[in-house]
Design a protein around this ligand. Structure first.
Ligand code: UDX
Length: 440
């Protein structure tokens, strides 16, 4: 079986590589010639555990190819996945020009029946537009070639994308006809390890499933952040509450960790997008509007605590900030709470010494420039700082040498944005400790 994956970004590269790894012949296409050249040489544009090894191995064995030529790639392919970017346009809605551009080119260059499946997260209704674009291109060349459209959203978590792809919770496939469904079924056979993992549905439902999944997860987080903030006020401990409610299987113990707000490429964008879609249909998604508002406020929570402790003027103060990426195991800085926190600390007159195990180069180049001082480890960041802020819970931050940290810091004050430290233990060691939603 041969397939084409268009777009070698996060979704496209992980999907293409994993399909190749189960034996499928995959051609990955991108318009960026430099990127393609690098990939051919085993240079991966993103940080994703396990991906490089798989790319190199499958490229070497010839199952995974990289090209800029879409027309050539789709010859003999049974499925072409559209996995190009959908950047937010000026008004915040997803810009579909890349997706539709690929659809048009497929229509211009296909020479046999094809399933054209969107894998990028696209607004509900995009399947119809993709179909119309291909039809138009075929008409222009007086062709009556058959094709099917499909929606096959991805549910990969950054930092665990390869594993998520190879061992998925579920695979969602939206199709309009049996022919396409059968091909998609064959394609995903190697991943269906047990149970009813493949959920078939129509295209709009598949498109909606992706948004509903991300919106529900974002809701859990904002809900817990809201409860955490109330816990502080009433003298309750959100860690206890979290365990208390998480043991109810209807609620579940995942995604109910309070913190400094959700970030990343998916939750913020998708929550906004679905609110917008609803507005277009004259409907207001009130719960999700609140989810977004709570999250925006939560990104400020750590600085609120800093202000309570040190006062509103932070001139002359320096803060050690641990963790820049929006979550551990990625260098992704999109919508990272660290950006809001750094911005606010600077505005209040403070200096920031930051350390992140992976994201510093990326952060410096694209997000922060010289706004912060970049340190070689937590201890260098803590040296002479007025307090320490834990923003992203990388594992290497979990058990620091508190003796050393305590001596390096000017004041033994910790603001823990992810509740990873033991408040009582730190208090015993003489630290002033602030968490999220804890008793003080
Ligand atoms: C998410 C979805 O999990 C994935 O299915 C979808 O395809 C894309 O969006 P990702 O953005 O990679 O994946 O990150 P995820 O691990 O889900 O974390 C998202 C954010 O939520 C992070 O900022 C994280 O810190 C935050 N989070 C998560 C919490 O604040 N509390 C939690 O309990 C869980």
């Amino acid at each position: 079986m041969k397939i084409t994956v268009v777009g070698t970004g996060y979704v496209g590269l992980v999907s293409g590589t994993c399909f190749a790894d189960v034996g499928i012949e995959v051609v990955c296409v991108d318009i960026d010639a430099q990127k393609i050249e690098k990939l051919r040489n085993g240079i991966i544009p993103i940080y994703e555990p396990g991906l490089e090894e798989l790319v190199v191995r499958n490229h070497k064995n010839g199952r995974l190819k990289f090209t800029t030529d879409l027309g050539e790639a789709i010859q003999g392919s049974e499925v072409v996945f559209i996995a190009v970017g959908t950047p937010p346009g000026e008004d915040g809605s997803a810009d579909l020009s890349y997706v539709l551009g690929v659809a048009k080119e497929v229509g211009e260059k296909m020479s046999d029946y094809l399933v054209v499946a969107t894998k990028s997260t696209v607004p509900v209704g995009t399947g119809v537009k993709v179909k119309a674009e291909i039809e138009k291109a075929l008409q222009n060349r007086n062709s009556d070639l058959a094709f099917s459209v499909a929606s096959n959203p991805e549910f990969l978590k950054e930092g665990a994308a390869v594993e998520d792809f190879l061992k998925p919770d579920r695979i969602v496939i939206g199709t309009e006809d049996e022919r396409a469904q059968k091909i998609m079924q064959r394609l995903y056979k190697p991943f269906q390890l047990s149970g009813e993992r493949i959920v078939y549905m129509d295209i709009p439902s598949a498109e909606m499933t992706k948004y509903a999944a991300n919106a529900m997860l974002a809701t859990k987080i904002s809900f817990m952040n809201d409860i955490a903030n109330l816990c502080e006020r009433v003298g309750a401990d959100v860690n206890m509450v979290r365990r208390g409610i998480g043991s109810d299987p209807r609620i579940g113990n995942k995604f109910i960790y309070p913190g400094v707000g959700y970030g990343g490429s998916c939750f913020p964008k998708d929550v906004k997008a679905i609110i917008r879609t609803a507005k277009q249909y004259d409907y207001e998604l009130r719960v999700l509007q609140a989810v977004e508002d709570v999250n925006d406020a939560q990104k400020h929570i750590l600085v609120e605590k800093v202000k309570k402790h040190f006062g509103n003027d932070l001139t002359g103060k320096t803060f050690a900030l641990l963790g820049l990426s929006f979550k551990p195991n990625t260098d992704d800085m999109r919508e990272a709470p660290s950006l809001v926190i750094i911005d606010e600390l600077k505005k209040l007159g403070a200096e920031v010494k930051a350390y992140d195990p992976v994201a510093m180069d990326h952060a410096r180049e694209f997000y922060l420039g010289d706004k912060v001082e970049y340190c070689k480890d937590s201890y260098e960041a803590a040296n002479d700082a007025d307090a320490l802020l834990l923003v992203t819970e990388w594992s290497e931050f979990r058990i620091p040498n508190w003796d050393v940290l305590g001596k390096l810091l000017k004041n033994k004050v910790i603001f823990d944005g992810r509740n990873i430290y033991d408040a009582n233990y730190l208090k015993e060691l003489g630290f002033t400790y602030y968490g999220i939603g804890l008793k003080n």
